[in-house]
Design a protein around this ligand. Sequence first.
Ligand code: SF4
Ligand code: FES
Length: 378
Amino acid sequence: MAEEIKAAPPATFKVTIDNITVDVAPGTTILNAARMIGGDVTPPAMCYYSKLQGSGGKCRTCLVEVAAGSTADPRPMPKLVASCRTTVMDGMIVKNITSEKVVDARNGVVEFLLLNHPLDCPICDQAGECHLQDLGYDHGKAGTRYQFARRTFKREDLGPYIQLHMTRCILCYRCTYVADQITEKRVHGVVDRGDHAAISTYIAKAIDNDFSGNMIDVCPVGALTDKTFRFKNRVWFTKPVDAHRNCENPKCCGKATLWLRGDEVFRVTARKDEWGEVQSYDGKTGWICNTCRFDKKSTSDWTVEGVTTISRHSVVGANKYKTLVKPTETISKVLSGRNPKLLMDIHDVSEVNAKDIELSDINGPAHSTDFKNMPRSK
Ligand code: SF4
Ligand code: FES
């Protein structure tokens, strides 16, 4: 019998996402291919977390349209697919923000996620760095069609440092993967089913392993919060700086972000990348131990490296960081070349916003001493 001769697959696959073509290794998911392009082309991901095996496929925020499956079989896929779980094929054509179907479906997914999620951003510690809040701004509706009582849960302490506000949970499973994959013992998980499904600890056990604090970092919403930071400050009033220490725990990377107000360390978190995930160092994920996170709350415990780069579009970065990419100013174009007439130039009345002072260079909140050489203070 004549043997079928198959051509060897190409070393890299070409995939086109929103009209931008990129070469990726076979086995790459559409989401990770889109992350290689970056910007708005990248679908949002509420449950996928590249550092946690098995994550993804739960929330459906990353849905995309596959307009052509591959060069060999260019038929479109009949339904929208989860980009975090679908691998690319050579010649695949994907639509994300250029697809009306995707935008419509994502609006629906966000509406669904917000059915039970309380709109308590004004008092939620995650506000300002919440992925659901960002999604709500991009895809949410002003009103709700839901007419039933929202499901509510009592707040639960998961050990001495973490509080679970299950009412805010979107059941992304990330925290259970952290407990499974980087801590010694998992005592919590998803219990019950359907509308009653909840993250909980079995027989009221406390979570007290060395790395439990990382569950707070992976939670995309404010369901798991740091009890040492709860209600202490709004995150955008704090100043994040990168710092490191020689941690005795061999599994801890010792690199963290300190969130300062003046010299006071309000909270310590792992460092995050542009996707809001914990950064990797030398191929290893930079998880931090509970000692670094909860016990080292003094700047003298750390070697401060400098101001943290915030690249997510978030109020945390607003007006603070040199690396912030500001949107192009279009007002004068809209006004046919005229600049808007200002009622008052703030620089005329306040030295705090003086043009010559770079607020990013000031370590901590600005004080009068930072402006002592300005003309008005003489
Ligand atoms: S508590 Fe947070 S991390 Fe855990 S499943 Fe709920 S939303 Fe996800
Ligand atoms: S990120 Fe893909 S389904 Fe949640």
